[in-house]
Ligand binder design. Structure first.
Ligand code: SAM
Length: 281
């Protein structure tokens, strides 16, 4: 049996009774950082053998853990904070263990994204968990561009050393009018939950350097739903490109096929664009 055990993201009391029972009972605990997990175990007077399983050794350690399971041992997987496998190691191990036919049992608990969503006061029922954006500015902006028209609340993780550049890219690429909730240091002493417009977030962080410290979850309101009778950016851009090469009717028909949007609306837009560009006699 492999148990996948969620641990606290700050406050050590945010651990379930079942998680403590399992950690105390297994033969081996596979931990992302044995020192961090050591503090948690000491706090709860649990002494167990630990092995390190982190993203640099997950495949090889996974094989060793399958070996332990084959000898009838029970193993628990934990990471430094929150739920394993969520922007954390765990996926490779769980896949290998399940492929070998052993049981994997979730021991649920804290997750930083869900914790932030629970206090953001968003009324939108859907969200898209993205996790960490790329570290490079170019790739980050490209990813954000691809998320720009997504209608769901977007959930990002961010580290303190990149928070300012990330926030500034969010405003630049997604626009300054989205609602953003900055959830910082959840369950810890300096827990902060602040909601504002994307265009105001950078100034808020810069107003006090303490606000830039710690761990962050960022929640962004989704793209505004398009009103009835509006065409998407993609449909409009497609039409504009096709109009440069094709007759009006054919451009509208192809743009409708490519975008899946209304042929009549695209035809009307094509007429309007053409009358704008045709010089009047
Ligand atoms: N597996 C974890 C979970 O279930 O949430 C996430 C691990 S990921 C490596 C660490 C990131 O989660 C941090 O950089 C931060 O974005 C977020 N995070 C973790 N603890 C947090 C906290 N106490 N407050 C805000 N964000 C936190």
């Amino acid at each position: 049996m492999l148990y996948v055990v969620a641990t606290p993201i700050g406050n050590l009391r945010d651990i379930t009774l079942r998680a403590l029972d399992v950690l105390a009972a297994v033969d081996v605990i596979a931990a992302e950082d044995t020192r961090t997990t050591g503090h948690l175990l000491t706090h709860y007077s649990i002494q167990r053998k630990m092995v390190a399983l982190h993203r640099h050794n997950e495949s090889t350690t996974a094989k060793k853990i399958v070996g332990l399971l084959s000898r009838g041992q029970a193993v628990a997987l934990v990471t430094d904070a929150g739920t394993p496998g969520i922007s954390d190691p765990g996926g490779i191990l769980v896949k290998q263990v399940r492929e070998q036919g052993y049981n994997v049992v979730p021991i649920p608990g804290v997750n930083a994204a869900v914790c932030a969503l629970s206090v953001a006061g968003t009324t939108e029922p859907h969200f898209l968990f993205y996790g960490f954006l790329p570290a490079s500015a170019g790739l980050r902006r490209r990813e954000l561009q691809s998320l720009k028209s997504h209608p769901y609340t977007l959930v990002f993780y961010e580290a303190p050393h990149r928070i300012l550049e990330c926030i500034s890219d969010l405003a630049e690429v997604l626009g300054v009018h989205r609602q953003i909730t900055i959830a910082r240091e959840l369950t810890k002493l300096f827990e902060t939950i602040h909601t504002c417009a994307t265009g105001e977030a950078l100034a808020w962080l810069q107003a006090d350097s303490n606000r830039q410290k710690g761990e962050f979850v960022l929640l962004l309101s989704g793209a505004e739903a398009r009103g009835q009778g509006e065409l998407s950016d993609l449909a409009q851009r497609t039409l504009a490109v096709l109009l440069q090469e094709l007759p009006l009717r054919q451009a509208a028909k192809l743009a409708a096929e490519i975008s899946g949007e209304s042929k009549n609306m695209l035809y009307s837009l094509a007429l309007a664009l053409q009358s704008e560009t045709t010089p009047r006699k």
